[in-house]
Design a binder for this molecule. Structure first.
Ligand SMILES: [Zn+2]
Length: 266
C-alpha cells in the first residue's frame, strides 16, 4: 500500500518535473499557468494531463495539432514513480515522524536530480537554481539529522554532515581537476558543482561507488554511440545523467554491491 501511494505520488511529481524543466528553460512561472502544447499552444485538457496514461491514450500525439509528444514525458513520470515507490518501501514508517522527514528529504533531492538530469540531457547545462537550492537543503538536513541522532562517544563516520562534507569536497576536487586539465572538454564546471550535492547527499564512502558507476556507464554509452556512428570521439555527452544514475544505484544498493565486491576479494 505504501509503495502504491508513493508510486502514484511519484508519477504526479514526475509530471510536474517535466513542466519544471520546460518552464525553467523559457523562464516562465510554474504555478497558476496551465500547461500548453509547445507546438500549437492550445491548453491541455485536465483529462489529457494524467501522468503516464494520457501519453498512451493519446497515442503520443497532441489532441489538437497531432504533433508527436516526446517520450521524455512518460519516461520521467515512470522513473520518478519507481524511485518514490522504492523510497517509500525502504524508509517510510507512518508512526515515526523522523521517517516522514527522511522520506520527504529523499523525495525532494531525487526530484531535483531528475530535473537536473533531464535539463542537462536536453540543453547541456546544469541548472544552478536547483543545484544550489538542493545543496542548501542537504546541508540543513545533515545538520538536523546529526542533531537528532547525537550521542556522546559516537563514531565520527556516523555523522551525516562529516561524511557529506568529506564526500562533497573529494568529489568536487576530483572533478575540478578533470575540468581544469581538460579545459572543460572532458567535463564541465557544472558537473564539478553537481559533485558537491551528490557528496553531501550520499556521504562517504557511497560517493565512490556512484562515481565509479557514472564513469563506467558514461564510457559504455559513449562506445555504443561511436559504434553506431551517431557520435564522433570528440562530441559532447552530457555527464549529469550518468552521475544521477550512479547516485541512484549507490543509494539503494551500496551495501549489497560492496558485500559482493568484498566476497570476490576474500
Ligand atoms: Zn498541439
Amino acid at each position: 500500500m505504501t509503495i502504491a501511494i508513493f508510486f502514484i505520488f511519484g508519477l504526479m511529481i514526475g509530471s510536474f518535473l517535466n513542466v519544471v524543466v520546460f518552464r525553467l528553460r523559457l523562464a516562465e512561472s510554474f504555478f497558476w499557468t496551465r500547461s500548453k502544447c509547445p507546438h500549437c499552444q492550445s491548453l491541455i485538457r485536465w483529462f489529457d494531463n494524467i501522468p503516464l496514461l494520457s501519453f498512451f491514450v493519446l497515442g503520443a500525439r497532441c489532441r489538437d495539432c497531432r504533433k508527436k509528444i516526446s517520450w521524455q514525458y512518460p519516461l520521467v513520470e515512470l522513473a520518478t514513480g519507481i524511485v518514490f515507490g522504492a523510497i517509500g518501501a525502504n524508509f517510510f514508517v507512518s508512526s515515526e515522524w523522523l521517517s516522514w522527514v527522511l522520506t520527504g528529504y529523499y523525495c525532494l533531492i531525487f526530484s531535483a536530480l531528475v530535473a537536473i538530469l533531464v535539463y542537462d540531457w536536453l540543453y547541456f547545462e546544469i541548472l544552478g537554481i536547483l543545484l544550489w537550492g538542493s545543496v542548501f537543503l542537504a546541508i540543513i538536513f545533515n545538520l538536523f539529522w546529526d542533531w537528532q541522532n547525537f550521542s556522546f562517544g559516537q563514531n565520527i563516520w556516523d555523522s551525516f554532515i562529516y561524511a557529506g562534507v568529506l564526500a562533497g569536497t573529494v568529489g568536487f576536487s576530483l572533478f575540478f581537476f578533470l575540468v581544469a586539465i581538460s579545459r572543460e572538454k572532458w567535463m564541465g564546471m557544472g558537473d564539478a558543482n553537481l559533485a558537491i550535492l551528490l557528496g553531501l547527499f550520499l556521504g562517504w564512502p557511497k560517493i565512490i561507488l556512484a562515481f565509479f558507476l557514472a564513469f563506467a556507464l558514461g564510457a559504455i554509452y559513449g562506445i555504443i554511440l561511436i559504434v553506431l556512428k551517431k557520435k564522433k570521439m570528440k562530441s559532447q555527452i552530457p555527464f549529469a545523467p550518468f552521475l544521477v544514475a550512479g547516485t541512484l544505484i549507490s543509494f539503494f544498493f551500496f551495501s549489497s554491491v560492496s558485500a559482493w565486491y568484498w566476497s570476490l576479494l576474500f
